[in-house]
Each structure stands twice: as structure tokens, then as C-alpha cells.
Design a protein around this ligand. Structure first.
Ligand code: ZN
Length: 486
């Protein structure tokens, strides 16, 4: 991807010709985002931000439902706070942006621009947690973070991005483990039920886990080119951070203890996932539950037919009036633009349902409805149409999910040996699953066997039952999910 390169205003690259180029074309032309003056940063435009807000609202409701509260920590983190958890520092050091001056003066202590907030949150909670009665702590914040990236892509990897980060502290280890599962479950619910993306949950290998975590869980989704995209992570921090930051509490027997921590995050990267999981050569395909506009109405009017035009306008007003609350409708009344151009405009933007209102159909009391996901066209009576929108949108949501499930099944393969793994990737990227002993040596063998391959996670939904590891042949417990990844 060439950053800063502008898109041809008339066409988007075909997916099969150049998937990366297709992606950038769609992001720019659908007006989701644009490049910012600072390298690696992006401007999220209103249509992209509305999509993010819908994702945010769905997820925030889940956080509240599972007993979390939102709060806010500052953007700047003193260097001394940062240095306390060694593994964490080492993991993040290359990506941190530092503020060294303020108000025209050199600062006495450098300030990190948060790449994530464990360090400052733990430092503050060391003062606020004293007793077992103060636990559990379950908080979340919706913020921007900064990670200085060398190679960036709109939404997928940007130097500054938006996300939520949840942080919790618990009395017992198992409670923290349950929290990690619960929050991964929320991400899965968001991905599957809202974003119509089937995902594979599992545990990251040691080399892929979050810096400072005991273990990391992830959900992985398949993009239209067969690559994987990590769509949310949930970490069990054990007592690593609470020990480093000296968070202690008196337990029920009045003994001083360190609580167990978790953290979990999902970012604007998920917008990139939605684009790449569902889109086609005409542009975006948005799941109705998060689409900023769910139904677009295109009135067909002709200047030489004032009578027909009046009927069309009357029908449009009726649809608007009869639309149930909560359905997001837009009428495209723009002058001087041909209907075909309007259709392409809204197809590019992924609007799930198009209703075409023209005098010819109306003469028989009908309008034409076209579904974005499969182009399915229906001529339906105007009377009672709007009341059916919720059902039609639910049908479109299901069709998008079913299509993604079929694509995932079609490009998934089980492998028993490295040779089978290599053969599976000979033609195109796949999601390969195989028994894996979870040692570092075997991970290296696996990733070196196919260019660009990574172990996405150790699947939570499948077990190896002592089948021989695909790399070393020893009995193994895990099924590794292997794919190329964004
Ligand atoms: Zn092995």
C-alpha cells in the first residue's frame, strides 16, 4: 500500500486484481477515513465514525450488562510509572512516543503517550484498593492510544487509534480467568451477532501473548482474501502487574494479598475487519445492525412528468412516516444525479437495503427493493412496506453472516503434518488447523514452513486428544489455528 496515493474517483480496484488496493479504494471512496498530515495517522470521516459509534454502543451495552463502569485516565504516563513491569516495558518500548518538552521547557521526567494504560491504572489503584471489600474492580475506558508503527494501513494499523481498554482486579485467580472468558465472549458476540463475522476463539502462544500477561485469548476472523484478522484480545495478567505496582489488600482472614488482574481491548481495527470480511467489487457490505444508514430510498423523478413526480414524493413521505422507530432511513433527493449513479453511491457505502420508488411501479401500487448482500430484488406493495423493514434487515443480517460462515468453511482445512500444511497453502491462503504441542521449537518450524504464516491461537473450540503434533509427532493437547494475518 502506498500511503498518500489517491484513488481513481471513477473506479475501485477489483478485489482479485489487488486486494490491498481494493481495500484502500473502498476506505477512501466510501468516505470512511482519509490520510492525515502526520504519517501513519488517519482522519475518521463522519460515515466511518458513525459506524464506529454503532460498534461502540453495542459493546458498551455489553460492558454495562456484565457489571463494568467507564472512567478516564490521562493521556500522559510518567516514565517512572512505565518502568516498573519489566516484560511490559520491553514489549512496548519500541512503539512508545515520548513527550520531552512542555510550555517551552525541558520536562524533568519524560512522559509516555499511552500505548495502553495498565501502568497508570495500576499505579492509581495501588492507592484505592485496601480491603477485599474493594474488590472486584471492573472498569473500562474509551480512549485513543499511540503506538509508533513503521508500516501502517488505514484502520488496521495506525500510529494513533481509538479503542476501549477494560481493566479489572479480583480476589481469586479463577475469578480473573472467568472475567477473561466473559469479555472474550462479549467480543465474540459483537463479531458474530452484530458484525456478522464468524470468529475462532483461542489462546495465544507464549510468543504472541500480551507483554506482561500470564496468557492472552483472542478471536480471529477470516477476511475475504483468506487472511486472518485478530479482532479482540483478553488477557489474564495474574499478579504480574499488581506485584510490580504494589497493589495489596487485606483478605477475609486479614492477610495481605495481591489481587489478580485482567485487561481486554478492541479497537477501530474492527472497522477494517468488517470492510475486508464482507466487501465486494462494488464496495462495502455493511451488516444492518451497525450500518449508519440501513435503508436508502431513491425516488425516480422526471422533470417532464410533474404528476408522476408528485405521486413518487407522496409515496416516499408515506414510507418515511410509516418506518418503525429505530430504523435508520435516508432519502436520496439529490438533484441532477442519474438513478444508476445513486445506486452505485449507496452500494459503495454498503447500505443494506435500497428502495426504488418510481411512477411505473407505483401505478400498480408497488416499489422495488434491492438487498445489497446478494442483489436480491423484490417488487413489493407500497402499503405495509415500511413495517417490514425490521424483518427485511434481520434477513439481510443473517444472509451476510451465512455467506461469511460459508466462506470460512470453504477455506478451512485440517492438517496432520507440516507437508500437509505446506500443500494447503500452495494455491491460496487458508485457515489451517492441526495438532500442536505448544513448544517454541515447533512454533518456529510451523511458521518457517510457509511464508508469512503465524499461529493465530490454540483453538478454544477444539482439542487434539493426544494426536501427534504436526511438527514433532509428540502427543499434543492443542489444535493450532494457522494463517497469514493482518
Ligand atoms: Zn511439536
Amino acid at each position: 500500500m502506498t500511503e498518500g496515493a489517491r484513488v481513481n474517483p471513477k473506479s475501485i480496484t477489483r478485489m482479485q486484481d489487488d486486494f490491498d488496493r481494493w481495500y484502500v479504494d473502498v476506505v477512501l471512496r466510501a468516505e470512511l477515513a482519509d490520510y492525515a498530515p502526520v504519517r501513519g495517522c488517519m482522519v475518521i470521516r463522519p460515515y466511518g465514525f458513525a459506524l464506529w459509534e454503532n460498534v461502540q454502543r453495542a459493546l458498551d451495552d455489553m460492558f454495562k450488562r456484565t457489571g463494568h463502569e467507564n472512567m478516564y485516565f490521562p493521556l500522559f504516563i510518567p516514565e517512572s510509572y512505565f518502568l516498573k513491569e519489566a516484560e511490559h516495558v520491553e514489549g512496548f518500548a519500541p512503539e512508545v512516543a515520548w513527550v520531552t518538552q512542555g510550555g517551552g521547557k525541558q520536562l524533568e521526567e519524560r512522559l509516555a503517550i499511552r500505548p495502553t494504560s495498565e501502568t497508570i491504572i495500576c499505579s492509581m489503584y495501588a492507592d484505592w484498593i485496601h480491603s477485599w471489600r474493594d474488590l472486584p474492580v471492573k472498569i473500562n475506558q474509551w480512549v485513543n492510544v499511540c503506538r509508533w508503527e513503521k508500516r501502517t494501513r488505514l484502520f488496521l494499523r495506525t500510529t494513533e487509534f481509538l479503542w476501549q481498554e477494560g481493566h479489572t482486579f479480583h480476589e481469586r485467580d479463577e475469578e480473573a480467568a472467568d472475567e477473561v472468558e466473559t469479555m472474550l465472549g462479549c467480543y465474540r458476540e459483537l463479531a458474530e451477532e452484530w458484525l456478522a463475522m464468524p470468529v475462532i476463539p483461542g489462546r495465544k502462544t507464549e510468543s504472541e501473548k500480551f507483554a506482561g500477561a500470564r496468557y492472552t485469548m483472542s478471536i480471529e476472523a477470516m477476511m475475504a482474501d483468506g487472511w486472518a484478522l485478530q479482532s479482540g484480545t483478553s488477557h489474564h495478567l495474574g499478579q504480574n502487574f499488581t506485584r510490580a505496582y504494589e497493589i495489596t489488600y487485606s483478605d477475609r482472614d486479614n492477610v495481605l494479598q495481591y489481587p489478580y488482574g485482567t485487561s481486554w481491548g478492541l479497537s477501530t481495527r474492527i472497522i477494517g475487519a468488517v470492510i475486508m470480511a464482507h466487501g465486494d467489487d462494488a464496495g462495502l457490505i455493511l451488516p444492518p445492525r451497525v450500518a449508519p444508514i440501513q435503508v436508502v430510498i431513491v425516488p425516480i423523478v422526471r422533470s417532464n412528468d410533474p404528476e408522476g413526480t408528485a405521486l413518487v414524493e407522496e409515496a416516499v413521505l408515506r414510507i418515511e412516516r410509516e418506518t418503525p422507530p429505530g430504523v435508520r432511513v435516508r432519502v436520496d433527493r439529490r438533484d441532477g444525479i442519474r438513478p444508476g449513479e445513486k445506486y452505485a453511491h449507496w452500494e459503495l457505502r454498503g447500505v443494506p437495503l435500497r428502495v426504488v420508488v418510481g411512477a411505473k411501479d407505483l401505478a400498480a401500487g408497488n416499489v422495488t427493493c434491492v438487498r445489497r448482500v446478494d442483489g436480491a430484488e423484490q417488487v413489493l406493495p407500497l402499503a405495509g412496506l415500511a413495517a417490514q423493514f425490521p424483518e427485511m434487515l434481520a434477513g439481510a443480517q443473517q444472509a451476510i453472516f451465512d455467506r461469511a460462515v460459508a466462506a470460512l468453511a470453504e477455506r478451512s482445512v485440517d492438517v496432520a503434518t507440516l507437508d500437509e500444511l505446506i500443500a494447503a497453502f500452495a494455491e491460496r491462503p487458508m485457515f489451517a488447523s492441526g495438532p500442536f504441542c505448544n513448544t517454541h521449537e515447533c512454533e518456529v518450524k510451523v511458521i518457517e514452513s510457509v511464508h508469512g504464516l503465524t499461529i493465530r491461537n490454540l483453538r478454544a473450540d477444539r482439542q487434539a486428544d493426544s494426536a501427534p503434533c504436526l511438527a514433532c509427532g509428540r502427543p499434543s493437547e492443542h489444535i493450532a489455528l494457522m494463517a497469514r494475518a493482518y
